[in-house]
Ligand binder design. Structure first.
Ligand code: NAP
Length: 248
């Protein structure tokens, strides 16, 4: 399961699921570029990697900007001497509202951050992976892409599109030794779910056979598996990690 010698890019690695994925890939030997939307966040990532004894550093990136994406990819190659052949598109946001009240900005910001970012980052990264004839793309979706969730038409649509995107890209580049998969987490204990009220959490727990929220490390472990040789024959797949709340 070694990733020694590989460079991995994990977007949104300052906290939550992205941080756990970065840590897992780093422990497996990869040199990790983890991103945050702020310079302070990027520095905190660098410090966290050093403290955790993994190779790599933090970079400031807004996945909503094509120029920023291209510049970060160039900087990673410059700093680490190799481009990322493992790409984890994890950065994501929610802007929940009932559709009747949803503002255009709430719709557009979710689509731009959660979906259009994949177009930007994958388009540039795939060229490099194609040359190397090896690559792993892991896109973070959500259980609500399959189950739906009131108040999340924007978010659920963006994540369902991430899964369709992954299947199509998997078909385009499989012959080049590049796999493209999605992970669909259920409710995971991160800042994103800490905004739920006690009542909402109680209602959620009733729907989860394992009767608890997931831990970020439980998503990190699946990302590590998909990035490793053990996951080499899996592509175009969405792996559900949700404690049984949705059984595909
Ligand atoms: P989180 O704790 O809210 O962290 C979000 C991360 O995304 C942060 O590192 C943040 O960076 C980064 N980010 C936000 N906007 C960005 C932008 N425009 N450009 C670049 N980075 C940006 O979220 P999480 O719960 O770990 O979720 C991670 C992923 O899993 C998301 O795609 C989310 O949709 C998905 N997911 C989460 C759950 C859950 O229950 N938590 C369930 C299903 C799917 P800064 O810290 O620098 O702002």
């Amino acid at each position: 399961m070694s990733l020694t010698g590989k460079v991995a890019l994990v977007t949104g690695a300052s906290r939550g699921i992205g941080r756990a994925i970065a840590l897992e890939l780093g422990k497996m030997g990869a040199t990790v570029a983890g991103t945050s939307t702020s310079e302070d966040g990027a520095k905190a990532i660098t410090d966290f990697f050093a403290k955790s004894a993994i190779k790599g550093s933090g970079f400031c990136l807004d996945v909503g900007s094509t120029e920023a994406v291209d510049s970060v990819l160039a900087r990673i190659e410059q700093e680490f001497g190799a481009a990322p052949l493992i790409l984890v598109n994890n950065a994501g946001i929610t802007r929940d509202n009932l559709l009747m009240r949803m503002k255009a900005d709430e719709w557009e910001s979710v689509m731009n951050t959660n979906l259009t970012s994949l177009y930007r980052i994958c388009r540039s990264s795939v060229k490099i992976m194609t040359k190397a004839r090896w690559g792993r793309i892991i896109n973070i979706s959500s259980v609500v892409a399959s189950s739906g969730n009131p108040g999340q038409t924007n978010y659920a649509a963006s994540k369902a599109a991430v899964e369709g995107f992954s299947r199509s890209l998997a078909r385009e580049i499989g012959s080049r030794g590049i796999t493209v998969n999605a992970i669909a987490p259920g409710f995971i204990d991160t800042d994103m779910t800490r905004t739920l009220t006690e009542k909402q959490v109680e209602a959620m727990l009733l729907q989860i056979p394992l009767a608890r929220f997931g831990k970020p490390e439980e998503i990190g472990a699946v990302a590590g598996f998909l990035a490793s040789d053990a996951g080499a024959y899996i592509t175009g797949e969405t792996i559900h990690v949700n404690g049984g709340m949705y059984m595909a």
